[in-house]
Ligand binder design. Sequence first.
Ligand code: SAM
Length: 188
Amino acid sequence: MDIVLVLYLLGLAAVLFAAYFFFASFVIGAGYQPTPPAVAQRMVEFAQVGPADHVVDLGAGTGALVFLSARQGARVTGVEAEPLRFLLLRFRRATSPDRDRVEILRENMFDFPLQDATVVLMFLWPGAMTKLKPKLEQELVPGARVVSYWHPVPGWTPAKEDPKHRVYYYVSKGAGGTATGDVSQSAS
Ligand SMILES: C[S@@+](CC[C@H](N)C(=O)[O-])C[C@H]1O[C@@H](n2cnc3c(N)ncnc32)[C@H](O)[C@@H]1O
């Protein structure tokens, strides 16, 4: 086969793979982009993640937030629907010194129960945030912390924010199963 044709086909395959990897999951809630390390650090600091916590990363990607949270001693659940990233997460878990505290689930984040979470981390698209908002309000226990990167939770007032890193921090008052769950503005 002509070398030019081979190179062309390889290039096309690479472009198609990249398009799938970064953008295909957009249709189920959000495309893929990892949280930068400095931002991930800020999110974990804002939430004061520690050994008493159960951290849930909704849309865990390749694990930027999962494994940093686990480093702080927390129990962590990474929920990821896209199969390749799920496999990568499982591999990272298997090789992590914190693997006993990390659970990786291939699930739709909109179906994952949040009643047991003390911290919810998110880096998602605005449409997904809007869709998740009533779920967060109904399911989170009082005092649960929510930290979002890039997009704020629509209609909530952050207890803290870092405009430079676009990190938004909230503390749930807990809705107790009602749809009225609002978020403290006074926590620091
Ligand atoms: C912007 S990335 C963030 C990844 C990771 N949380 C981080 O901060 O590095 C969003 C991730 O959410 C995943 N995702 C999108 N919709 C989802 C859904 N409905 N259920 C589970 N995961 C989803 C995507 O596959 C993607 O990996």
